[in-house]
Design a protein around this ligand. Sequence first.
Ligand code: SF4
Length: 437
Amino acid sequence: MQSTPKTFRIKSFGCQMNVYDGERISELLTDRGLAAAPDGADADLVVLNTCHIREKAADKAYSDVGRLKRDDGSRPMIALAGCVAQAEGAEAKRRSSMIDIVVGPQSYHRLPEMIAEAAGGARPVDTDMPAISKFDALPKRGRANPSAFLTVQEGCDKFCTYCVVPYTRGAEISRPWADIVAEAHLLIDSGAREIILLGQNVNAWEYDGRGLAELIRAIVRIDGLERIRYTTSHPVNMSDSLIAAHGDVDKLMPYLHLPVQSGSDRVLNAMNRSHSVESYLRTIEKVRATRPDIAISGDFIVGFPGETEAEFEETLQIVDAVRYAAAYSFKYSPRPGTPAAMMEDQIEREVMEDRLARLHSRIATHQLAFNRSTVGLDTRILVERPGKRHGQMIGRSPWLQSVHAQTTAAPGTMIDVTMTAAGANSMAAAIRQKEAA
Ligand code: SF4
């Protein structure tokens, strides 16, 4: 039996939604009198906020659990949270006797009660999906980072054939307008200068007949907010009103993350992506016509079952057509319970690795070209944290590039700079003269 914990540590894996949930769990436990364990110090309670997107995700979670055993044989109270917890449920307790609590992404507001039950010797499991009530039960937001996440939509109804999210996060749910705007006020009052609206399909957010564009236009009117972004979008939900917002909402940053996954219509169809290469390119064209300097980023999967060399070439062609400023690419990973995992023609690992390496280098070429195209531009960066060098701070450009500059400006400050040099993954910038005077 575990004693009632006084300190905690949260380890979040995977997507920004998990990072957001990790922040909310931390606020919840702090609100209930627990303290975050100092870096490197032992904690009475460890929350593993897991991701289920890749193969072996569950195995990795269990080995992380195993590593929590101390040399003297004792261990902290362990809560398995996130998407592996949701997928495994009570099975997780059978797989590891060290797991005291199993809690899904929609139920973590019940963690304090579950901790009390675990301290009493029980091993509670909660993988219900009452999405909305979670937010109502969470304490007000705490101190915010200069750039703060704000979840507006959860779950997914798209059922791409390779993806577990619809099973681990449930159906698409849009949070109420008033709750989102209230949380935005709280974040800005507690230090956020940029808000990133989050959702598995954030651009599918809709409430009372209003869409994401209207929500963005409302939030940017809050005093103190400098910038707003949103991620992750689905091509079929890129509405004309959202595209138009990129043209006339100054605080909406010129950055769009729009996953496409493949450049082949046959593969997109087998993935159940419900759009074609042509319709995707048309959307990119519209966005670029509205905001010519916009940075586009994407997601790709190589080695989807049955993908031929010719179809992979089509993926390289769409990368060249869009000239991504950044993109994330992965080897196909069969996920238990997904239709694609049962498909024939699973691609060999070596072929996948070869394609991934070729895709990476093609993407890197365009990313560097994009970074070079911003050298010499005058722009503003939001300072986020100290850099490695003395007097160096790191921030983000409007195009979400990581930018380092010599400055005394504190995190949360917007500074005027001239971009001076481009690297593969970051930029250098100089403070514009007016500040130096
Ligand atoms: S849109 Fe597809 S890939 Fe994205 S979360 Fe939904 S099912 Fe998964």
